[in-house]
Design a protein around this ligand. Structure first.
Ligand code: ATP
Ligand code: MG
Length: 260
């Protein structure tokens, strides 16, 4: 990995960029994953590279839903495996979800390598290596899913996902949660719960929330889910960005070293 000086003002961003590049070199991340990462980075600038209140609200509902689910599944792709392998495994463990490798650009080789990364990160079971079912409405390679995983799931967490596939999962009757920095993407708009945050911040926070919320009764968890409106959350994200940009423009961003 390239040597990034810790003193660099955007150290974290460069570190994760390197992780994605390394993921591609190892055959874990697809080339298109690099582009998706860049798109994410652009939106991260707009929200100020921190977790914003509407994302935190969505995370609570997502965790409640995962804890209430009968067959929760967390989907893993090449970007997720490169950025947050340990956190993915830990989140699955605390909420009791299964892990499934599910790729837009599926090759057996990449699936195998991602499963290996997850096992190295502590996963006992990884699904998606021998998918026998297909999501209706998607052509064969993009639609393959595991019978014991996404096929059977009632709640699926599909971070950094394509809009088409998100929509297909919703059509199948799944409760779909996504993590996506772009509040305007089709995935963000199709999902039932959209967490507009960088996955590198979202997963650690969701793990902490899950540890706390595990103690809550089912009634309390259901109450948290019942109040939720994803359209309102997406609107709040857009208004947050608008207000932040207005403030920065009025303050004069060229005068400031750090943006908040
Ligand atoms: P859609 O098909 O949903 O309209 P898209 O074509 O951009 O959108 P993909 O490229 O498949 O869909 O999805 C990648 C999404 O993940 C992008 O919207 C991008 O903003 C987001 N993304 C990339 N990196 C991260 C990250 N680290 N954390 C959160 N979201 C990210
Ligand atoms: Mg797309």
């Amino acid at each position: 990995m390239a040597n990034i000086p810790k003193s660099h003002p955007r150290y974290w961003s460069l570190l994760y960029r390197e992780k994605i590049i390394e993921g591609m070199e190892k055959g874990i991340t697809a080339k298109a994953g690099l582009i998706a990462h860049g798109r994410g980075e652009a939106f991260d600038y707009l929200i100020g590279e921190k977790t914003i209140p509407p994302a935190e609200e969505a995370m609570k509902v997502a965790v409640a839903k995962l804890l209430l689910a009968k067959h929760p599944v967390i989907s893993v792709n090449g970007n997720v495996a490169a950025l947050v392998p340990k956190e993915t495994v830990e989140l699955a463990n605390v909420v009791g979800a299964k892990l499934e490798v599910n790729l837009f650009y599926r090759t057996e080789e990449r699936v195998r390598k991602i499963a290996e990364v997850l096992r190295e990160a502590g996963a006992k079971e990884v699904l998606g290596l021998k998918p026998t079912k297909r999501i209706p409405g998607l052509e064969s390679e993009r639609g393959k899913v595991d019978e014991e995983g996404i096929w059977k799931a009632d709640v699926v967490l599909v971070p950094l996902e394509d809009g088409d596939r998100t929509e297909a999962l919703v059509r199948m009757g799944k409760f779909v949660i996504t993590v996506d920095l772009n509040p305007l993407s089709r995935s963000a708009r199709m999902a039932h719960v959209t967490i507009v945050d960088n996955i590198i911040r979202a997963y650690p926070k969701m793990i902490e929330l899950a540890k706390e919320m595990k103690r809550l009764s089912r009634e309390k968890l259901e109450e948290i889910v019942k109040m939720y409106d994803n359209n309102r959350i997406l609107s709040e994200v857009l208004l947050y960005i608008r207000d932040r940009l207005t403030r920065l423009a009025e303050e004069g961003i060229w005068k400031r070293k750090e943006l908040s």
